[in-house]
Design a protein. Structure first.
Length: 283
């Protein structure tokens, strides 16, 4: 984390209280406590998704709403499923099915209901097919997929998981394990939404045992960690998962994401809005 992450957390408080429908008479104390907590964070030892999770769990205590993004999750899944045949036809008719499906998967990462994020799916799809990857380890990924006995795929947001399904159908690997969040948080996918889009048809579904919008190895379940350590290939989708794993130096690990903030862009070596396929440890 750096100071910009703290500023982003403070900016997000208003919208997050609205989503949880926090009573007006509780907001002063909640904001005061949250800002006090944020101010005491050790940037060198903290993860932004973990701070997000902690704040949201405090809001949940003051609210009867347990899944404030349920409508957005359902809407984005249904919207992308409604166009699935269109996307699949383009993959099947393309000269390079792997590249086309990979681009769709990364374009899906635009679907995010973060406090400062705005998105246009069609515009992003158009962009991803017109631009080169800012960091492009896609050939290494393709080779790794062919050589892997077991692939662990770290899922991210709803809507996006429809594109992940298309990519997994395209690579047609016999042993893919798809991991989602253990409990609802933001618009991240849980088992419920993964099953709704049919991901169980192309992968074995598991949770990572944690309620953070990321993959934090010090917080995940023992069962997930065993799968993580034994997998031949790990595909990490999205910025949240990248934030949790970016300090890993593990050639099994590939990040697929769209850069949504300049802080992460600096870590990756790309600009906001860029599309990235990056192998862990590569320059």
């Amino acid at each position: 984390m750096n100071y910009e992450c703290l500023i982003c957390q403070v900016k997000a408080l208003q919208k997050r209280m609205d989503k949880y429908e926090i009573a007006e008479d509780k907001r002063n104390s909640i904001v005061s406590q949250a800002i006090s907590t944020i101010a005491g964070i050790d940037l060198d030892k903290s993860f932004s998704p973990e701070i997000t999770s902690n704040i949201l769990r405090e809001l949940e205590k003051e609210s009867e709403i347990k899944d404030p993004y349920a409508a957005e999750k359902k809407e984005s899944n249904q919207a992308l499923l409604g166009r699935y045949k269109e996307f699949k036809t383009k993959v099947e008719e393309s000269d390079d099915k792997f590249d086309t499906a990979l681009r769709y998967a990364i374009a899906g990462n635009i679907i995010d209901f973060g406090p400062t994020h705005r998105f246009d799916v069609d515009e992003t799809i158009e962009q991803v097919f017109q631009t080169s990857f800012a960091v492009d380890d896609s050939e290494a990924l393709k080779t790794a997929i062919k050589g892997a006995k077991t692939i662990l795929y770290l899922g991210d947001n709803c809507g996006e998981i429809v594109m992940d399904k298309l990519f997994l159908e395209t690579i047609d690997h016999p042993n893919v394990i798809f991991a989602v969040r253990d409990q609802p948080i933001l618009n991240d996918a849980t088992l419920k939404e993964a099953q709704e889009v049919g991901l169980h048809e192309v992968a074995t579904l598991i949770t990572n045992g944690d309620n953070t919008p990321s993959t934090l190895l010090h917080r995940v379940s023992k069962e997930f960690l065993e799968i993580y350590r034994s997998a031949d290939l790990i595909i990490s989708k999205g910025m949240g998962n990248f934030e949790g794993l970016m300090d890993e130096n593990d050639p099994r690990l590939f990040y697929l994401l769209m850069i949504k903030c300049p802080v992460i862009g600096q870590k990756v070596g790309a600009e906001k809005g860029d599309f990235v396929v990056k192998r862990s440890g590569s320059n």
